[in-house]
Ligand binder design. Structure first.
Ligand SMILES: [Fe+2]
Length: 323
């Protein structure tokens, strides 16, 4: 397996990177990707926003399409990096290209690329209205932003020894678009001996203080059941291809989803989700969300590692409910 090579700095001041037989370079406006038999470019802001999620989520569940051409498929230990693999046009011409790589090695190169290509003032996790420009020649970096750890609660946010709740003091002020969200906290009166077992917090207050967008974070975990709320604004920077069912509960405002066949990209549905709406996104789709203003979404993930194979072998129906 080929590994990383730093092959120098280009005239724009950016390093170029090699992963397997893929090479990556950026100029002032675009990320350029080349592989044996093909090449592609993406606006660099879109590329970095997608790369940020792929790195922070450790390739996430299933497929992270950076756009209609390029992306990764998580095999949980190894990862496919592909071009055109889930694009009907590329497939029809047999122009798709894919390499399977060790996840740890691939991710570490992606991390280096993200850090090198993200300039001072640009935060790939932030809403467009809350960050500076990704464009131009190499100028500084934003390592603090790109090394943000994804929140992963062991039991529940705010419990003893677990990921902390957010407040003004620890650097999480209420977002500009959630100023109307109440910040009072519930009172918890646990029986003696159960003080570390009984817990509650203001979930809306917690989410109103999220400093990132499109970043489902694990706020409570019961075995494989992961409650992953997130705040959304503008467009989901990846087109996610599911390898299991995902339940969505729209907690505030509105998200419009474009839903397509996971493998071909053929359009299947549009879903306009308003507060209180619940959707079970099937295991065989890809989807991208658009949130006209900052909204709150609860993503409920089932982390059972046997699920992708059960769906792939059609032991489970891709939709969990029939109406
Ligand atoms: Fe998804």
């Amino acid at each position: 397996m080929a590994t990383t090579n730093q092959v120098g700095v280009n005239q724009h001041g950016y390093r170029t990177f090699q992963i397997g037989h893929f090479s990556f370079s950026r100029d002032e406006y675009f990320a350029h990707i080349e592989w044996p038999g093909g090449s592609h470019l993406m606006p660099v802001d879109r590329f970095l926003k997608a790369l940020m999620r792929d790195v922070a989520w450790n390739f996430f569940y299933g497929i992270v399409n950076f756009d209609e051409i390029f992306g990764t498929t998580n095999h949980y230990g190894t990862v496919d990096i592909f071009a055109g693999l889930y694009n009907a046009g590329y497939r029809a011409q047999k122009k798709e290209y894919v390499e399977n790589l060790d996840s740890v090695k691939a991710r570490s190169i992606f991390e280096e690329m993200l850090d090198d290509w993200t300039v001072e003032g640009f935060d790939p996790f932030a809403a467009p209205a809350e960050t500076g420009s990704a464009f131009g020649p190499k100028k500084g970096n934003n390592t603090r932003a790109v090394k943000r750890a994804r929140v992963v609660a062991k039991r529940m946010a705010g419990m003893k020894g677990d990921t902390p709740l957010r407040n003004d003091q620890n650097g999480f002020p209420v977002n500009r678009q959630f100023q109307d969200v109440a910040q009072d906290e519930p009172e918890v009166h646990a029986e003696p001996g159960f003080e570390d077992e009984v817990h509650a917090f203001n979930f809306f207050g917690y989410l109103s203080r999220s400093d990132v967008t499109w970043n489902p974070s694990v706020c409570s975990a019961v075995k494989d059941s992961l409650v992953c709320p997130t705040t959304e604004e503008f467009a989901l920077p990846v087109i996610h291809g599911n390898d299991r069912v995902e339940w969505f509960i729209q907690l505030s405002d509105e998200i419009q989803w474009e839903i397509a066949d996971r493998d071909s990209g053929a359009p299947r549905a549009r879903a306009v989700m308003k507060p209180g709406d619940v959707a079970a996104m099937p295991a065989d789709i890809r989807h991208q969300g658009f949130s006209p203003k900052r909204s709150m979404l609860l993503v409920w993930e089932n982390a059972d590692p046997s699920l992708p194979e059960l769906y792939a072998r059609k032991k489970l129906k891709p939709n969990p409910v029939d109406f």
